[in-house]
Design a binder for this molecule. Structure first.
Ligand SMILES: Nc1ncnc2c1ncn2[C@@H]1O[C@H](COP(=O)(O)OP(=O)(O)OP(=O)(O)O)[C@@H](O)[C@H]1O
Ligand SMILES: [Mg+2]
Length: 494
């Protein structure tokens, strides 16, 4: 009902071209045809396979398809002189490099004052050619309300019971509450499918259904590489050092899981800044597993490449999806590459930054940003201004104690008992090595003995250490610069 009224308002405000981006063709058609019947005007729907047909409250009456070709349907709209609503389904490919069709639509729009024909483009994605953009507006179909979702869950529970000789679906209040939260942001038919698949395997809605449901929900939203659901999260136990950071995260874990008697604010985000191979990406990923939250990754690289010309809009969409996945961790790796100032990109990076900052300032949902960066010179000052993020952590090279931890972690990871190795000595001689370089020394040592039939020894690792020129030597100046920048601006993560 709300959609019919809202769409009616848009039609009344004299917009000749309306865009509705949705997968729910049937629901949109029902909404448009109900509006038409309320107004007592005809409503038509066009597809390239079926041509143009008149529809009445979702049913179509015409048997023989007419005006199948895109040119024909536009000509038919243009020549018709009655007030009507036209829904053009999946018309988007037929406007690409088609100046004639674009002009036809402009003609229709220009005639709108005399003949009120509203053309509604219904596609999953639609980008309006600039020539006719001023005559157009977007309309967003409403998403199901909390009450609708609750009703749907009740219906599905009853449905399962009837089919299973009156057995009751097992669940508890807390899980149902979380289920309702997780179903925000999807359409009703999708929500129905998600609830069914949660119940069907074991006749119960349990905590263990939720991660699977979140993954499926995320797939429905399809951001094609720009926003991805990370299945493999790093484990905080496998990150050596970074004690201050870990303590900070630990303190906030309880608040996130509802234990918040003093009403503390939800954490907003952190930026991990520092030398290459220091474990920034790894730590950012580990935040999600530490907090038991889903991890989403926003890839600025794909944002630029995949949708040339639609970069900001895709960022907005990705952030919207992240909101519907809340509570979650949104990982933005090497953020300076996406939004650094001074790129020759006609201001795209500037606009991206402002989209991001606006979202950060206005967001109400618990979407925790875990960003990483290497190059402070490219970081826009607006991003690191106090208040945007909770904290900036500087990840410096590990000291001897932490190097010991990192050796131990990586030896254990490869099934090598660390007690057999002189970790103390290895840590001492690897002064200036990053975590990644320590790991690399172990990997290279393993290669050096492969096929020898011998076991790895501390001497093998030592040899690799001696053969390595760590980045701290090669890039000594850069690292010194980074330290100067970070002192006073960032908190030491270690
Ligand atoms: N503190 C650490 N503890 C354990 N392993 C580490 C640590 N730091 C780095 N590593 C190892 O090095 C690998 C690379 O680290 P990671 O990619 O997280 O570093 P980074 O700081 O993001 O580097 P870059 O700036 O190059 O992106 C990790 O996957 C991990 O195996
Ligand atoms: Mg990294």
């Amino acid at each position: 009902m709300k959609d019919i009224n809202d769409l009616g308002l848009l039609v009344d405000s004299n917009v000749p071209l309306i865009i509705i981006e949705s997968h729910e063709e049937k629901r949109v058609l029902a909404t448009v045809s109900r509006l038409a019947s309320k107004r007592n005007i005809p409503c038509y729907s066009w597809t390239v396979t079926e041509g143009l047909k008149q529809i009445r409250i979702g049913f179509n009456f015409d048997k023989t398809p007419v005006d199948k070709e895109p040119d024909e349907v536009l000509a038919s709209i243009k020549s018709n002189n009655q007030t009507a609503l036209y829904v053009l389904n999946d018309f988007h490919p037929y406007l690409e490099n088609e100046p004639r069709r674009i002009r036809m639509l402009k003609d229709i729009a220009l005639d709108y004052k005399e003949i009120r024909q509203t053309v509604i483009f219904l596609s999953y994605r639609f980008s309006m050619p600039p020539d006719i953009k001023p005559f157009s507006a977007f309309f967003e179909m409403s998403l199901p309300s909390r009450e609708q979702i609750v009703r749907l869950i009740k219906d599905e529970v009853a449905h399962w019971s009837t089919k299973n000789s009156g057995l009751k679906v097992q669940s508890d209040k807390l899980t149902i509450g979380k289920l309702i939260d997780s179903l925000q942001g999807v359409s009703l038919p999708e929500a129905k499918r998600l609830i069914r698949s949660a119940i069907i395997d074991d006749g119960a809605i349990t905590k263990s259904d939720l991660p699977e449901l979140n993954k499926t929900k995320f797939k429905l939203m399809d951001m094609d590489g720009v926003l991805t659901y990370e299945y493999e999260m790093a484990n905080m136990n496998e990150v050596g050092g970074l004690r201050t950071l870990k303590g900070w995260l630990y303190k906030r874990r309880e608040v996130l899981h509802g234990n918040n008697p003093s009403g503390l604010d939800n954490p907003k985000g952190i930026l991990l800044l520092g030398v290459q191979g220091g474990g920034k990406s790894m730590a950012a990923k580990a935040v999600a597993s530490h907090w038991h939250l889903p991890l989403l990754r926003l890839d600025f690289g794909s944002l630029y490449n995949k949708y040339y010309g639609e970069t900001e809009r895709n960022l907005r969409e990705s952030l919207k999806i992240a909101d519907t996945m809340a509570p979650c961790v949104l990982w933005m790796d090497e953020i300076e590459k996406g939004i650094s100032a001074g790129l020759d990109d006609q201001g795209v990076s500037k606009r991206l930054l402002s989209t991001l900052l606006t979202w950060m300032a206005e967001r109400e949902k618990m979407v925790f940003v875990a960003a990483t960066a290497n190059d402070v010179r490219k970081l826009p000052p607006e991003l690191i201004r106090k208040g945007r993020l909770d904290e900036i952590f500087f990840v410096d090279l590990p000291d001897q104690e932490v190097r010991k931890e990192i050796f131990t972690i990586h030896l254990q990871k490869r099934g090598l008992g660390h007690k057999l190795y002189d970790v103390e000595n290895l840590a001492e001689v690897s002064e200036g090595f990053s975590g990644a370089e320590i790991e690399q020394a172990i990997v290279a040592a393993l290669y050096s003995i492969a096929g020898n039939g011998t076991e790895l020894t501390s001497a093998n690792i030592m040899e690799e250490i001696n053969n390595t020129s760590p980045l701290s030597v090669v890039m000594a100046e850069d690292i010194a610069g980074l330290r100067v920048w970070a002192s006073g601006r960032a908190v030491a993560a270690n």
